[in-house]
Design a protein around this ligand. Structure first.
Ligand code: PLP
Length: 300
């Protein structure tokens, strides 16, 4: 079912997204190999496993985001030439940028570049279905440009646990071996699969609501904030606040928000706060959140 949704031959159930990404990358690579990753990619900054000198021992080479928060295929081309890397990792939607998407023309360009160098592409699609909703395309249309994709059912889709790694029969066969090696085989996996199936059947169609709620909050904040910075555009279900000029660190800001009933958290560093809109957040919650942030901003 998961494979069909993303247009691949096979899929494997994974305990977490980190597990799925690590399994995928370690299926393509061996210790010492070089991998292209986004400068702010989750695999690089949060998961770390595949690049850890005590575990995956891969070498990251970073590509950058352009002014539209997308990778530049020309830079990827140059980096593949310079490093001889045989794997490109993408993230769509992109967490730390604020939920920005890589559009289909850019995905297609990167595919062309990868083919020219004989490189594979793994997509971290933790929020793949939000990206699809944001771009107005199907998940399969995004995934046709990549060799493998990991998506989470445990985030916006609302299942309690689980991620899926999808790709060709051959790739998934080898990835099963990697998953076994890493200790990720779930014996009574049906217990994890059942809520995942429910989520895929019932919770994909409603993801546009999250994007609408994020845009609603963004619209209420845009042009109204004195100290806080706001990301330019909301493309999916994430909205980032920039505290660089706010005179307060993200942790303290979030503590003040919590006193007013808004639970948000710092991400990446002391100057960024992330709001994520998901199934548990209603339209009214989005309005209330924006009002709390407006009130906090006026107090700074
Ligand atoms: C959440 C997330 C993952 C996977 O995280 P787990 O907590 O291991 O399930 C991977 N990539 C991105 C971009 C994420 O936001």
């Amino acid at each position: 079912m998961a494979a069909a949704l993303v247009g691949k031959e096979a899929a494997i159930l994974m305990p977490t997204g980190t597990f799925g990404n690590s399994t995928a990358v370690m299926t393509y690579c061996k210790a010492g190999d070089t991998v292209l990753v986004d400068e702010e990619q989750h695999i690089l900054l949060t998961e770390k496993f595949v690049f850890d000198p005590g575990f995956g021992r891969l070498t990251p080479v970073c590509y950058h985001q352009d002014s539209r928060h997308m990778p530049d295929p020309a830079e990827i081309d140059r980096l593949l030439t310079e490093t001889g890397a045989k794997l490109i990792c993408l993230e769509n939607s992109h967490n730390f940028s604020g939920g920005y998407c890589i559009d289909l023309p850019t995905m297609a360009e990167i595919r062309k570049v990868a083919d020219k160098h004989g490189a594979a592409i793994h997509l971290d699609g933790a929020r793949l279905f939000h990206a699809a909703a944001g771009l107005g395309v199907t998940a399969a249309e995004i995934c046709r440009y990549v060799d493998s994709v990991m998506f989470c059912v445990s985030k916006g889709l609302g299942a309690p646990v689980g991620s899926l790694l999808c790709g060709s029969w051959d790739f998934c066969g080898r990835a099963r071996g990697t998953r076994k090696l890493l200790g990720g085989v779930m014996r009574q996996g049906g217990v994890v699969a059942a809520p995942a199936i429910y989520a895929l059947e019932h919770n994909v169609a409603r993801l546009q609501e999250d994007i609408d709620n994020a845009r609603l909050a963004h619209g209420m904040l845009r042009g109204k904030l004195k100290k806080l910075g706001l990301q330019e555009e909301v493309q999916t279900n994430i909205l980032m606040l920039d505290l660089t000029n706010a005179g307060i660190l993200a942790g303290d800001f979030c503590a003040r928000a919590k006193e007013k009933g808004l639970f948000i958290r710092p991400v990446r560093n002391d100057y960024r706060v992330r709001l994520v809109f998901y199934k548990g957040i209603t339209r009214q919650n989005a309005v209330d959140a924006a009002n709390i942030i407006l009130a906090l901003d006026s107090e700074l």
